[in-house]
Every structure is written in structure tokens, then in C-alpha cells.
Design a protein around this ligand. Sequence first.
Ligand code: SIN
Length: 277
Amino acid sequence: MPYETIEVSPISPALGAEISGVNLAEPLGNQAFSEIHDALMEHQVIFFRDQELTLDQHKDFGRRFGELHIHPAMPGPEGHPEILVIHTDENSKYAAGQGWHTDVSADIEPPMGSILHLHQVPESGGDTMFASMYAAYEALSDDMKSFLGDLQAHHESEHVHSRGYVSRSGKLRDGENAYPAALHPIVRTHPVTGRKGIYVNSGFTTRIEGLSATESRAVLDFLFKHIETPEFHCRFSWRNNSIAFWDNRCVQHRALWDYRPHVRSGHRVTVKGDRPV
Ligand code: SIN
């Protein structure tokens, strides 16, 4: 795909590209916006370096891609409910996103994308891994694709949002929707690219509708193991003021906490999405 306003350098065959030639602190022109969107659709997760952003500039960038999502269980800084603070230091008991997941997949309409800006990172460690759910789906046999294609799975959040990293907050998006739960297809068709990808993750997906408990556990365990195949992955090494923007509709991610006692800190803006089909 030809790009005129940005440079796009893929970092692995399955997914991931580094974008340069744009300052995200400035309002994004239509051509640059459209090329960044195209790069995200093509590479599923995109990365930017050396971006100094205020919270408002971060939110403005996110809003070019859609309305901003408010996390069901983690309040943002004062005046910024759309900001999710990602912070780990020597006193932390948990780090965000340590298991493979897509963000808040237990929402009926889960977020389309997440934009993470880290302003302080350790000298080494603290990488984030990303896995292409297109690649994971396409590697399955035709019979397995057709078996999974008829199934739906339950995604729940109480076991995630009532403990661990999230529970340190204690304030909720609203009383009714504090612990969302949803039934989503196991194979999801991306609304823009039309490509199919696996849409179950070990963070939120608890069971497959219509299968016995043992059958459901066996199929989910197979899929959770399958998505760990390294050929479906890329890995991003952060520097201060890097950004990762991933498409939750076709990507899972996992943050590594291998840098204790050092600090890793930043903010995430999450863009609303639609109901998976
Ligand atoms: C997250 O799951 O949003 C956190 C990812 C990270 O800290 O790399």
C-alpha cells in the first residue's frame, strides 16, 4: 500500500509496523489520519517513537478513530475518565495485562482499539507481546475452522476486575455495568478488512456455549495454547515516549513484568468498538 505522509516499516511478517514522519501532538490532517488507519488495518498493531503527548493530545488522537471508551472498573485521573493509568513500580503487587488478552472483551461492544503511551520505561525489559488472531485462525485446519465457526463463548469480567491490577481502584463505571459479561462468536469477522480471526482469550473467556464443561475446557485450552505460537507474534521494546496502537478486533497482547524494581509508567486511551459478528 503506498503511503505519502508517513513511513511504515513492518517489524514481523504476522503483524506490527513502526510508523514515522508524524507528530501526534499536532492535529492530524485527513490524509495522515487515513494513512495511519490504513496502516493499522494492514499491520494490526502500529508503533510510534518520540511522541510527547499531554493527556488531552492523547485523547484527541484517540477521538480521530471513534468515541472513547471508559473502563468499567478503573477510574482515570481527575477530569480524565477516558484515561487508563498503566503504572508499575517496586511496590506494585500486580502489573497490567500480564496474561494474553484483548481489552475488555466482556463488554457487549468491546473496544476496537487501544492506544498506549509510555513516558517512563525501564532500561531493559517491559516489552509487550502481540499475537495476530488472523494468523492464528488461518493456521487452523478447514475442519477446525468449520467446527469453531458455529460456536459462541462467554466472556466475563468479575474474576478479572474484582482482583489483581484493576481492583486497586475500587470505583466503577456505573453500578449496573461494573462487571460486564457477553456472549461472542469464537470466530469474528473484522468489520473493516473482512478477515476472520479467533476471538477468545484466556483473560476473559470462561466457557463455550452448548459444550459440556469438559469439552469447553479442552477446546479453550487448545485455543489459548495455539495463540501462543511464536510465528503469530511480534514483540515491541519500548523507549520513553513510545506509543503502541493495537486493533483489539484481531490482536491479543501480553505485557511482560521482568523489570522489578524499576518503573514503567504511562497512559492508555481506548476507542469504542462494535458488537463482534
Ligand atoms: C494493557 O493490557 O493495556 C497493558 C499493556 C502493557 O502495559 O504493555
